[in-house]
Design a protein around this ligand. Structure first.
Ligand code: TYD
Ligand code: MG
Length: 450
Protein backbone atom coordinates (compact mmCIF):
# COMPACT_ATOMS: atom_id res chain seq x y z
CA UNK A 1 0.00 0.00 0.00
CA UNK A 2 1.29 3.46 -0.87
CA UNK A 3 1.34 5.86 2.02
CA UNK A 4 0.21 9.41 1.30
CA UNK A 5 2.42 11.97 2.95
CA UNK A 6 1.25 15.50 3.59
CA UNK A 7 3.13 18.52 4.77
CA UNK A 8 2.67 22.25 5.23
CA UNK A 9 4.32 24.38 2.63
CA UNK A 10 4.32 28.13 1.92
CA UNK A 11 2.88 28.69 -1.54
CA UNK A 12 5.06 31.77 -2.04
CA UNK A 13 8.51 30.60 -1.14
CA UNK A 14 8.16 26.88 -0.65
CA UNK A 15 9.39 26.70 2.92
CA UNK A 16 8.32 23.50 4.71
CA UNK A 17 6.67 23.43 8.13
CA UNK A 18 5.80 20.46 10.34
CA UNK A 19 2.41 21.99 11.20
CA UNK A 20 0.17 24.78 10.04
CA UNK A 21 0.91 28.37 10.98
CA UNK A 22 -0.50 31.67 9.76
CA UNK A 23 2.76 33.44 9.08
CA UNK A 24 5.61 32.16 6.93
CA UNK A 25 8.77 33.00 8.84
CA UNK A 26 10.91 32.32 5.77
CA UNK A 27 9.41 34.88 3.41
CA UNK A 28 7.31 36.95 5.79
CA UNK A 29 4.05 36.31 3.95
CA UNK A 30 0.72 35.75 5.71
CA UNK A 31 -1.85 33.03 5.07
CA UNK A 32 0.25 31.36 2.41
CA UNK A 33 0.90 28.09 4.21
CA UNK A 34 -1.21 25.25 2.86
CA UNK A 35 -1.40 21.57 3.50
CA UNK A 36 -0.14 19.70 0.46
CA UNK A 37 0.26 16.13 -0.58
CA UNK A 38 3.96 15.56 -0.93
CA UNK A 39 3.46 12.77 -3.41
CA UNK A 40 3.60 9.09 -2.64
CA UNK A 41 6.65 7.52 -1.04
CA UNK A 42 7.17 5.66 -4.26
CA UNK A 43 7.11 8.80 -6.38
CA UNK A 44 9.53 10.47 -4.02
CA UNK A 45 11.97 7.64 -4.44
CA UNK A 46 12.05 7.66 -8.20
CA UNK A 47 15.15 8.37 -10.28
CA UNK A 48 17.36 11.28 -9.43
CA UNK A 49 17.39 14.16 -11.87
CA UNK A 50 20.36 12.75 -13.69
CA UNK A 51 18.55 9.58 -14.68
CA UNK A 52 18.35 5.97 -13.62
CA UNK A 53 21.97 4.89 -14.00
CA UNK A 54 22.83 3.60 -10.60
CA UNK A 55 25.94 1.47 -10.87
CA UNK A 56 29.18 2.54 -9.22
CA UNK A 57 31.76 3.75 -11.75
CA UNK A 58 35.28 5.12 -11.55
CA UNK A 59 35.37 8.82 -12.34
CA UNK A 60 38.04 8.16 -14.97
CA UNK A 61 35.81 5.62 -16.69
CA UNK A 62 32.90 7.99 -17.16
CA UNK A 63 32.62 8.74 -20.81
CA UNK A 64 32.59 12.39 -21.64
CA UNK A 65 30.75 13.39 -24.70
CA UNK A 66 31.97 16.82 -25.67
CA UNK A 67 29.39 19.37 -24.53
CA UNK A 68 29.25 21.48 -27.63
CA UNK A 69 27.32 24.62 -26.95
CA UNK A 70 25.03 26.15 -29.50
CA UNK A 71 23.67 29.62 -29.88
CA UNK A 72 20.39 30.66 -28.28
CA UNK A 73 19.73 32.92 -31.23
CA UNK A 74 20.73 36.05 -29.33
CA UNK A 75 24.24 37.28 -28.60
CA UNK A 76 23.30 38.90 -25.31
CA UNK A 77 21.48 35.77 -24.14
CA UNK A 78 24.50 33.66 -25.15
CA UNK A 79 26.80 35.95 -23.20
CA UNK A 80 24.68 35.67 -20.06
CA UNK A 81 24.64 31.88 -20.35
CA UNK A 82 28.40 31.78 -20.72
CA UNK A 83 28.47 31.09 -24.44
CA UNK A 84 25.15 29.58 -25.47
CA UNK A 85 23.10 26.52 -24.59
CA UNK A 86 24.69 23.37 -23.22
CA UNK A 87 22.85 20.22 -24.41
CA UNK A 88 21.04 18.52 -21.55
CA UNK A 89 21.01 21.63 -19.40
CA UNK A 90 18.03 23.08 -17.60
CA UNK A 91 17.51 26.83 -17.54
CA UNK A 92 15.01 28.70 -15.42
CA UNK A 93 14.04 32.19 -16.55
CA UNK A 94 12.47 34.28 -13.84
CA UNK A 95 11.01 37.76 -13.89
CA UNK A 96 8.00 39.92 -13.13
CA UNK A 97 4.93 39.63 -15.31
CA UNK A 98 5.63 41.83 -18.32
CA UNK A 99 9.39 41.58 -17.92
CA UNK A 100 9.55 40.12 -21.40
CA UNK A 101 10.22 36.44 -20.71
CA UNK A 102 7.80 35.21 -23.36
CA UNK A 103 8.99 37.82 -25.83
CA UNK A 104 12.67 37.00 -25.53
CA UNK A 105 12.05 33.28 -25.73
CA UNK A 106 9.79 33.62 -28.75
CA UNK A 107 12.35 35.80 -30.51
CA UNK A 108 15.37 33.66 -29.76
CA UNK A 109 13.57 30.39 -30.48
CA UNK A 110 12.45 31.58 -33.90
CA UNK A 111 16.11 32.19 -34.78
CA UNK A 112 17.49 29.13 -32.99
CA UNK A 113 14.98 26.99 -34.92
CA UNK A 114 16.94 27.63 -38.10
CA UNK A 115 19.50 25.05 -36.99
CA UNK A 116 17.84 23.18 -34.10
CA UNK A 117 14.56 21.41 -33.50
CA UNK A 118 12.57 23.65 -31.17
CA UNK A 119 9.38 22.86 -29.26
CA UNK A 120 7.67 25.81 -27.59
CA UNK A 121 5.08 24.78 -25.03
CA UNK A 122 2.69 27.50 -23.99
CA UNK A 123 0.34 26.98 -21.11
CA UNK A 124 -0.44 30.66 -20.65
CA UNK A 125 -1.10 32.25 -24.00
CA UNK A 126 -3.06 30.76 -26.87
CA UNK A 127 -1.20 29.77 -30.00
CA UNK A 128 -3.11 32.45 -31.93
CA UNK A 129 -1.82 35.12 -29.58
CA UNK A 130 1.75 33.92 -29.92
CA UNK A 131 1.55 33.59 -33.69
CA UNK A 132 0.07 37.09 -33.89
CA UNK A 133 2.94 38.51 -31.93
CA UNK A 134 5.55 36.60 -33.91
CA UNK A 135 4.05 37.91 -37.17
CA UNK A 136 3.98 41.45 -35.86
CA UNK A 137 7.63 41.19 -34.85
CA UNK A 138 8.37 39.72 -38.30
CA UNK A 139 10.12 36.68 -36.89
CA UNK A 140 10.94 33.65 -39.03
CA UNK A 141 8.11 31.35 -37.96
CA UNK A 142 8.16 28.35 -40.21
CA UNK A 143 10.38 26.04 -38.17
CA UNK A 144 9.23 26.54 -34.58
CA UNK A 145 6.96 23.79 -33.32
CA UNK A 146 4.25 24.97 -30.94
CA UNK A 147 2.20 23.12 -28.38
CA UNK A 148 -0.56 24.48 -26.17
CA UNK A 149 -0.44 22.12 -23.24
CA UNK A 150 -0.43 22.30 -19.48
CA UNK A 151 -0.10 18.64 -18.65
CA UNK A 152 3.42 17.38 -18.11
CA UNK A 153 2.50 13.95 -19.40
CA UNK A 154 1.23 15.58 -22.59
CA UNK A 155 4.44 17.53 -23.01
CA UNK A 156 6.62 14.47 -22.47
CA UNK A 157 4.47 12.49 -24.92
CA UNK A 158 4.86 15.16 -27.60
CA UNK A 159 8.57 15.48 -26.90
CA UNK A 160 9.02 11.76 -27.34
CA UNK A 161 7.56 11.80 -30.83
CA UNK A 162 8.91 15.17 -31.99
CA UNK A 163 12.44 14.67 -30.62
CA UNK A 164 13.20 18.38 -30.12
CA UNK A 165 16.64 19.68 -29.15
CA UNK A 166 15.26 22.66 -27.25
CA UNK A 167 12.04 22.70 -25.22
CA UNK A 168 10.53 25.86 -23.78
CA UNK A 169 7.94 25.61 -21.01
CA UNK A 170 6.03 28.88 -20.58
CA UNK A 171 5.43 28.72 -17.67
CA UNK A 172 6.26 26.03 -15.12
CA UNK A 173 3.59 27.42 -12.78
CA UNK A 174 0.73 26.40 -15.08
CA UNK A 175 2.03 22.89 -15.57
CA UNK A 176 0.35 20.01 -13.81
CA UNK A 177 0.98 16.36 -13.44
CA UNK A 178 -1.74 13.73 -13.31
CA UNK A 179 0.35 11.90 -10.74
CA UNK A 180 -0.62 14.47 -8.14
CA UNK A 181 -4.03 15.64 -7.03
CA UNK A 182 -2.83 19.04 -5.84
CA UNK A 183 -3.91 22.17 -7.72
CA UNK A 184 -1.66 23.55 -10.50
CA UNK A 185 0.57 26.40 -9.41
CA UNK A 186 0.87 24.88 -5.97
CA UNK A 187 4.24 24.00 -4.59
CA UNK A 188 3.96 20.27 -4.96
CA UNK A 189 2.71 20.47 -8.55
CA UNK A 190 5.46 22.84 -9.61
CA UNK A 191 8.08 20.72 -7.92
CA UNK A 192 6.76 17.49 -9.41
CA UNK A 193 6.46 18.89 -12.94
CA UNK A 194 9.88 20.50 -12.85
CA UNK A 195 11.40 17.27 -11.59
CA UNK A 196 9.79 15.20 -14.34
CA UNK A 197 10.85 17.66 -17.05
CA UNK A 198 14.38 17.98 -15.64
CA UNK A 199 14.76 14.23 -15.59
CA UNK A 200 13.63 14.12 -19.22
CA UNK A 201 16.16 16.82 -20.20
CA UNK A 202 19.04 15.10 -18.41
CA UNK A 203 18.36 11.73 -19.97
CA UNK A 204 17.58 12.92 -23.49
CA UNK A 205 20.10 15.74 -23.80
CA UNK A 206 17.59 18.43 -24.74
CA UNK A 207 17.96 21.98 -23.53
CA UNK A 208 15.01 22.67 -21.25
CA UNK A 209 14.00 26.27 -20.61
CA UNK A 210 11.36 26.87 -17.97
CA UNK A 211 9.73 30.22 -17.38
CA UNK A 212 9.00 31.01 -13.74
CA UNK A 213 7.08 33.92 -12.29
CA UNK A 214 8.53 36.00 -9.55
CA UNK A 215 6.72 37.13 -6.43
CA UNK A 216 6.85 40.67 -5.16
CA UNK A 217 9.91 40.10 -2.99
CA UNK A 218 11.85 38.94 -6.07
CA UNK A 219 12.03 35.31 -5.11
CA UNK A 220 10.88 32.78 -7.66
CA UNK A 221 7.35 31.74 -6.90
CA UNK A 222 6.88 28.12 -6.10
CA UNK A 223 9.33 25.93 -4.33
CA UNK A 224 12.83 27.12 -3.74
CA UNK A 225 13.87 23.62 -4.69
CA UNK A 226 13.40 24.75 -8.28
CA UNK A 227 16.66 26.70 -8.00
CA UNK A 228 18.46 23.60 -6.82
CA UNK A 229 17.11 21.51 -9.65
CA UNK A 230 18.13 23.71 -12.54
CA UNK A 231 21.62 24.24 -13.94
CA UNK A 232 21.18 27.88 -14.73
CA UNK A 233 18.86 30.46 -13.28
CA UNK A 234 18.41 33.64 -15.28
CA UNK A 235 16.53 36.67 -14.02
CA UNK A 236 15.02 39.21 -16.35
CA UNK A 237 14.28 42.59 -14.82
CA UNK A 238 13.18 45.97 -15.97
CA UNK A 239 15.05 49.24 -15.44
CA UNK A 240 13.28 52.10 -13.63
CA UNK A 241 12.20 53.82 -16.82
CA UNK A 242 11.24 50.37 -18.22
CA UNK A 243 13.01 51.04 -21.49
CA UNK A 244 15.65 48.43 -20.86
CA UNK A 245 15.59 44.85 -19.72
CA UNK A 246 18.51 43.46 -17.78
CA UNK A 247 19.33 39.78 -17.88
CA UNK A 248 21.53 38.24 -15.23
CA UNK A 249 22.32 34.73 -14.04
CA UNK A 250 21.92 34.05 -10.33
CA UNK A 251 23.21 30.52 -10.70
CA UNK A 252 25.15 28.91 -13.51
CA UNK A 253 26.71 25.47 -13.54
CA UNK A 254 28.12 26.07 -17.01
CA UNK A 255 29.48 29.59 -16.89
CA UNK A 256 30.00 32.77 -14.93
CA UNK A 257 27.25 34.38 -12.88
CA UNK A 258 28.27 37.99 -13.18
CA UNK A 259 27.50 38.62 -16.81
CA UNK A 260 24.87 41.21 -17.60
CA UNK A 261 22.79 41.12 -20.76
CA UNK A 262 21.02 44.28 -21.81
CA UNK A 263 18.02 44.59 -24.12
CA UNK A 264 15.89 47.53 -25.12
CA UNK A 265 12.13 46.96 -25.20
CA UNK A 266 10.88 48.49 -28.42
CA UNK A 267 7.79 48.31 -30.60
CA UNK A 268 9.60 45.68 -32.59
CA UNK A 269 10.28 43.49 -29.58
CA UNK A 270 13.46 43.19 -27.59
CA UNK A 271 16.58 44.61 -29.18
CA UNK A 272 20.07 43.77 -28.03
CA UNK A 273 22.08 46.63 -26.62
CA UNK A 274 25.62 45.80 -27.65
CA UNK A 275 27.36 48.67 -25.91
CA UNK A 276 25.35 49.41 -22.80
CA UNK A 277 28.01 51.21 -20.77
CA UNK A 278 26.26 54.58 -20.79
CA UNK A 279 22.57 53.70 -20.84
CA UNK A 280 22.08 54.77 -17.25
CA UNK A 281 23.65 58.16 -17.64
CA UNK A 282 21.46 61.19 -18.18
CA UNK A 283 23.84 64.08 -18.04
CA UNK A 284 21.74 66.74 -19.66
CA UNK A 285 20.63 68.30 -16.39
CA UNK A 286 22.61 70.70 -14.26
CA UNK A 287 25.07 69.19 -11.84
CA UNK A 288 23.67 68.77 -8.35
CA UNK A 289 25.39 68.27 -5.02
CA UNK A 290 25.68 64.63 -4.05
CA UNK A 291 25.81 63.29 -7.58
CA UNK A 292 28.79 61.48 -9.00
CA UNK A 293 29.58 59.02 -11.80
CA UNK A 294 31.34 55.73 -11.15
CA UNK A 295 32.26 52.78 -13.37
CA UNK A 296 31.12 49.30 -12.44
CA UNK A 297 32.44 46.13 -13.98
CA UNK A 298 29.65 43.86 -15.14
CA UNK A 299 31.01 40.49 -16.20
CA UNK A 300 33.20 41.44 -19.12
CA UNK A 301 32.05 45.00 -19.67
CA UNK A 302 32.23 48.37 -17.94
CA UNK A 303 29.04 50.15 -16.94
CA UNK A 304 28.87 53.81 -16.05
CA UNK A 305 26.42 54.60 -13.26
CA UNK A 306 25.37 57.70 -11.41
CA UNK A 307 25.55 57.56 -7.62
CA UNK A 308 23.30 60.03 -5.82
CA UNK A 309 23.40 60.87 -2.19
CA UNK A 310 21.28 63.09 0.00
CA UNK A 311 22.42 64.04 3.48
CA UNK A 312 19.92 65.97 5.59
CA UNK A 313 19.59 66.74 9.29
CA UNK A 314 17.78 63.88 11.02
CA UNK A 315 14.26 64.84 12.01
CA UNK A 316 13.30 62.32 14.60
CA UNK A 317 15.32 60.11 16.85
CA UNK A 318 18.02 57.95 15.38
CA UNK A 319 19.24 58.97 11.92
CA UNK A 320 18.27 56.90 8.91
CA UNK A 321 20.68 55.25 6.49
CA UNK A 322 19.03 54.06 3.35
CA UNK A 323 20.59 52.60 0.22
CA UNK A 324 18.82 51.78 -3.01
CA UNK A 325 20.86 49.48 -5.21
CA UNK A 326 23.54 49.25 -2.54
CA UNK A 327 24.17 47.01 0.42
CA UNK A 328 23.04 48.69 3.62
CA UNK A 329 26.03 47.38 5.57
CA UNK A 330 28.40 48.74 2.98
CA UNK A 331 26.91 52.22 3.45
CA UNK A 332 27.19 51.94 7.23
CA UNK A 333 30.84 50.98 6.84
CA UNK A 334 31.59 53.84 4.45
CA UNK A 335 29.90 56.29 6.83
CA UNK A 336 32.02 55.01 9.71
CA UNK A 337 35.18 55.47 7.63
CA UNK A 338 34.11 59.00 6.65
CA UNK A 339 33.54 59.84 10.30
CA UNK A 340 36.79 58.36 11.55
CA UNK A 341 39.17 59.27 8.74
CA UNK A 342 37.43 62.12 7.01
CA UNK A 343 36.60 63.98 10.19
CA UNK A 344 32.95 64.61 9.27
CA UNK A 345 30.23 64.32 11.89
CA UNK A 346 27.27 62.55 10.32
CA UNK A 347 25.69 61.06 13.44
CA UNK A 348 22.83 63.59 13.39
CA UNK A 349 22.22 63.26 9.64
CA UNK A 350 19.90 61.11 7.58
CA UNK A 351 21.87 59.59 4.71
CA UNK A 352 20.27 58.31 1.51
CA UNK A 353 22.23 56.78 -1.34
CA UNK A 354 20.74 55.78 -4.68
CA UNK A 355 22.19 54.09 -7.73
CA UNK A 356 20.33 55.65 -10.64
CA UNK A 357 18.57 53.39 -13.09
CA UNK A 358 17.65 50.50 -10.82
CA UNK A 359 21.08 48.89 -11.08
CA UNK A 360 22.27 46.84 -8.11
CA UNK A 361 25.87 47.35 -7.20
CA UNK A 362 27.43 44.00 -6.33
CA UNK A 363 31.08 45.01 -6.14
CA UNK A 364 33.14 47.28 -3.95
CA UNK A 365 34.40 49.55 -6.70
CA UNK A 366 31.65 52.10 -6.08
CA UNK A 367 32.76 52.67 -2.45
CA UNK A 368 34.82 55.76 -3.11
CA UNK A 369 32.15 57.31 -5.31
CA UNK A 370 29.57 56.67 -2.59
CA UNK A 371 31.84 58.28 0.02
CA UNK A 372 32.51 61.35 -2.12
CA UNK A 373 28.83 61.69 -3.08
CA UNK A 374 27.90 61.67 0.61
CA UNK A 375 30.53 64.29 1.41
CA UNK A 376 29.43 66.38 -1.57
CA UNK A 377 25.84 66.39 -0.39
CA UNK A 378 26.82 67.06 3.22
CA UNK A 379 28.92 70.06 2.22
CA UNK A 380 26.37 71.07 -0.42
CA UNK A 381 29.08 71.41 -3.05
CA UNK A 382 28.76 70.40 -6.67
CA UNK A 383 31.28 67.96 -8.13
CA UNK A 384 32.41 68.42 -11.73
CA UNK A 385 30.26 66.58 -14.25
CA UNK A 386 33.24 65.26 -16.16
CA UNK A 387 34.66 63.55 -13.08
CA UNK A 388 34.81 59.79 -12.77
CA UNK A 389 35.45 58.04 -9.45
CA UNK A 390 35.99 54.44 -8.44
CA UNK A 391 37.88 52.49 -5.79
CA UNK A 392 37.33 50.32 -2.78
CA UNK A 393 37.32 51.91 0.67
CA UNK A 394 39.02 49.95 3.45
CA UNK A 395 38.30 50.17 7.16
CA UNK A 396 41.45 52.12 7.91
CA UNK A 397 40.54 54.73 5.32
CA UNK A 398 42.81 53.29 2.64
CA UNK A 399 41.67 53.26 -0.98
CA UNK A 400 42.24 49.91 -2.64
CA UNK A 401 42.55 49.18 -6.34
CA UNK A 402 39.82 47.29 -8.18
CA UNK A 403 39.90 45.02 -11.23
CA UNK A 404 40.16 46.31 -14.80
CA UNK A 405 41.04 49.85 -13.72
CA UNK A 406 42.48 50.96 -17.01
CA UNK A 407 39.58 49.64 -19.05
CA UNK A 408 37.13 51.45 -16.76
CA UNK A 409 39.01 54.67 -17.35
CA UNK A 410 39.13 54.18 -21.11
CA UNK A 411 35.38 53.64 -21.18
CA UNK A 412 34.98 56.91 -19.29
CA UNK A 413 37.12 58.75 -21.81
CA UNK A 414 34.92 57.41 -24.60
CA UNK A 415 31.96 59.06 -22.96
CA UNK A 416 33.57 62.41 -22.48
CA UNK A 417 35.02 62.24 -18.97
CA UNK A 418 38.22 64.22 -18.58
CA UNK A 419 39.06 63.78 -14.89
CA UNK A 420 39.21 60.78 -12.61
CA UNK A 421 39.95 60.04 -8.97
CA UNK A 422 41.13 56.45 -8.68
CA UNK A 423 43.17 54.22 -6.36
CA UNK A 424 46.91 54.52 -6.86
CA UNK A 425 47.11 50.91 -8.04
CA UNK A 426 44.64 51.67 -10.83
CA UNK A 427 46.39 54.76 -12.18
CA UNK A 428 47.53 53.99 -15.74
CA UNK A 429 51.33 53.96 -15.97
CA UNK A 430 51.48 55.56 -19.38
CA UNK A 431 48.55 57.90 -18.91
CA UNK A 432 45.46 58.09 -21.07
CA UNK A 433 45.23 60.95 -23.55
CA UNK A 434 42.49 63.41 -22.61
CA UNK A 435 42.20 62.18 -19.05
CA UNK A 436 43.63 63.81 -15.96
CA UNK A 437 44.02 61.11 -13.31
CA UNK A 438 44.39 61.81 -9.60
CA UNK A 439 45.75 58.72 -7.87
CA UNK A 440 44.88 58.44 -4.18
CA UNK A 441 45.83 56.00 -1.43
CA UNK A 442 43.52 57.17 1.35
CA UNK A 443 40.16 58.80 1.89
CA UNK A 444 41.68 62.06 3.21
CA UNK A 445 43.67 62.31 -0.04
CA UNK A 446 40.52 61.81 -2.06
CA UNK A 447 38.69 64.47 -0.04
CA UNK A 448 41.64 66.75 -0.64
CA UNK A 449 41.35 66.09 -4.39
CA UNK A 450 37.77 67.29 -4.56
P1 TYD B 1 6.00 39.40 -22.16
O1 TYD B 1 7.09 38.76 -22.93
O2 TYD B 1 4.61 38.97 -22.44
O3 TYD B 1 6.30 39.30 -20.60
P2 TYD B 1 6.30 38.04 -19.62
O4 TYD B 1 6.18 36.82 -20.45
O5 TYD B 1 7.61 38.16 -18.90
O6 TYD B 1 5.16 38.23 -18.69
O7 TYD B 1 6.19 40.97 -22.39
C1 TYD B 1 5.13 41.81 -22.30
C2 TYD B 1 5.58 43.22 -22.20
O8 TYD B 1 6.43 43.60 -23.24
C3 TYD B 1 4.40 44.11 -22.25
O9 TYD B 1 4.48 45.02 -21.19
C4 TYD B 1 4.48 44.76 -23.60
C5 TYD B 1 5.92 44.72 -23.92
N1 TYD B 1 6.19 44.57 -25.36
C6 TYD B 1 6.66 45.65 -26.08
O10 TYD B 1 6.82 46.77 -25.58
N2 TYD B 1 6.95 45.48 -27.41
C7 TYD B 1 6.82 44.29 -28.04
O11 TYD B 1 7.09 44.19 -29.23
C8 TYD B 1 6.33 43.19 -27.26
C9 TYD B 1 6.14 41.83 -27.89
C10 TYD B 1 6.04 43.36 -25.94
MG1 MG C 1 4.67 35.41 -20.53
Amino acid sequence: KVKVKTGFVCSDCGADYPKWQGHCTACDAWSTIKEVRLGSERAARRDGFAGATSSVTLLSQVECTEQSRFSSGSEEFDRVLGGGFVPGSVILIGGDPGAGKSTILLQTMCYAAASKEVLYVSGEESLQQIAGRARRLQLPLDRVKMLAESSVEGVLEAAKSERPEVVVIDSIQVMQSAALEAAPGGVSQVRECAAALTCYAKTSGVVLIMVGHVTKDQSLAGPMTLSHMVDTQVMLSSTEDSRYRLMRTTKNRFGPVNELGVFAMTEAGLREVKNPSAIFLSRSEKAAPGSLISVLWEGTRPLLVEIQSLVVGAQYGSPRRLGIGLDQNRIAMILAVITKHGGLVLSDQDVFVNVVGGIRVLETSADLAVALAIVSSFRNTVLPQDLLVFGEVGLSGEIRPVSNGEMRLKEGVKHGFTRAIVPKGNAPRKGIPGLEVVAVTSLPEALEAI
